[in-house]
Design a protein around this ligand. Structure first.
Ligand code: ATP
Length: 358
């Protein structure tokens, strides 16, 4: 089996006795995009900085293509690691022209460096901009120059630390897609940092969800969204509904029906978590007839409290007949009126049962 492009083994770093990075391990293949995702202060940037070689670890190892680049005692200098970096503050050199910025990290004759720079500028849709100065470009154009500069030396690994967060929404999507396309084409492994779950889902092959210096869950966006390991992991990606269930004979009883709770003693209190996106409203039957509960899931009758139109979707707040409140997200062609009765349905696989947490 060939070595992964980047391997991080049991990396730890403490500041003033506190773990900033706590036993983090990751493997990235060539062309793979892995996203470190988590709230501010959870250790994302420190992990990236250790891989870059601008921060040292207390313990653990970083390997590139199977070769050790640093452990707790030895460290290869950053410039020898063949790693590209793009940060939010990407700062082009103001006194150098656009092509000179792109060619900055290249060696060889000026004509060869210029040709490579022009080729990359074309690749990021900036053909003809080579002779301009950075201040003559818009923010989005400068960001594309920074991308061209970062990929120019053909790095094996690219580290991205929220490089798109300074751009407005419309520009951001375009540049993000372009960046990924350029990096995937080159087979570069990408380790990126963001606190934005939407950005992680759009970009990553694999998301590593971090909390308090640790990776608490790792997986493809689909898996991590649909199979969260706990309530906090679920709520990091969307608003959630939480219902309290009390266990009786391996079933947690809630206003939304009974949920399997094997392994929990009678009397245990559990959290039943359902995303608003996973609740369906049975618009056809207006709350009439028997419960539509079947093998696929849970059902409950509920009355609309209020509906909010949000453009792409509507959020509908319900009060269940059995008492609890729930919010459903439905396409915005629906905007049901207050006091209307409906049956609500939730697929069993999208109802998560967790031990109670505060
Ligand atoms: P953000 O999204 O805000 O950048 P982050 O997840 O990238 O956060 P880090 O910047 O890695 O988090 O910081 C992790 C923890 O380590 C924080 O508590 C931070 O204050 C601390 N920390 C980071 N660098 C240093 C340092 N050089 N000296 C002391 N503490 C540090």
């Amino acid at each position: 089996m060939s070595n992964p492009r980047l391997e991080i083994r049991n990396l730890s770093r403490r500041f003033a006795g506190q773990f900033a990075v706590d036993d983090v391990s990751l493997r990235l293949e060539p062309g793979q995009v892995t996203c470190l995702l988590g709230p501010s202060g959870c250790g994302k940037s420190t992990t990236l900085r250790i891989v870059a070689g601008v921060e040292r670890q207390d313990s653990g190892e970083v390997l590139i293509d199977g070769a050790l680049v640093c452990d707790g005692t030895r460290s290869q200098p950053p410039e020898l690691r063949n790693i590209g970096m793009m940060f939010q503050d990407f700062a082009l050199f103001p006194h150098l022209s656009v092509w000179e910025n792109v060619a900055f990290g290249l060696k060889g004759a000026k004509s060869i460096r210029r040709a490579r720079a022009e080729e990359l500028l074309e690749r990021v849709d900036l053909a003809g901009y080579g002779a301009q100065m950075p201040h003559e470009l818009s923010g989005g154009e400068q960001q594309r120059v920074a991308l061209a500069r970062a990929v120019a030396p053909g790095p094996r690994i690219m580290l991205l630390d929220e490089p798109f967060s300074g751009l407005d929404d419309r520009l951001r999507d375009g540049i993000r897609d372009e960046t990924l396309e350029v990096l995937r084409e080159a087979g570069t492994a990408v380790l990126m940092v963001t606190h934005d779950p939407g950005e992680a889902m759009k970009m990553a092959d694999e998301i590593a969800l971090m909390r308090d210096g640790k990776i608490v869950q790792k997986g493809a966006p689909y898996t991590i969204y649909n199979s969260p390991i706990d309530k906090d992991a679920a709520s990091f990606f969307s608003d959630i509904n939480v219902m309290v269930g009390k266990v009786e004979g391996a079933l947690a009883k809630t206003p939304f029906g009974e949920f399997f709770a094997p392994g929990h003693a009678d009397g245990t209190i559990l959290d039943i978590v359902i995303r608003p996106q996973h609740i369906r409203i049975d618009f056809d039957r207006a709350g009439q007839g028997p419960s539509p509960t079947d093998a696929m899931g849970h059902a409950a009758r509920a009355k609309v409290l209020r509906s909010r139109f949000l453009g792409q979707n509507s959020l509908v707040d319900f009060k269940l007949e059995q008492g609890a409140a729930l919010t459903a997200s439905v396409p915005s062609v629906f905007l049901p009126k207050p006091d209307t009765l409906f049956w609500l349905l939730a697929p069993r696989k999208n109802c998560y049962v967790f031990p109670r947490s505060e």
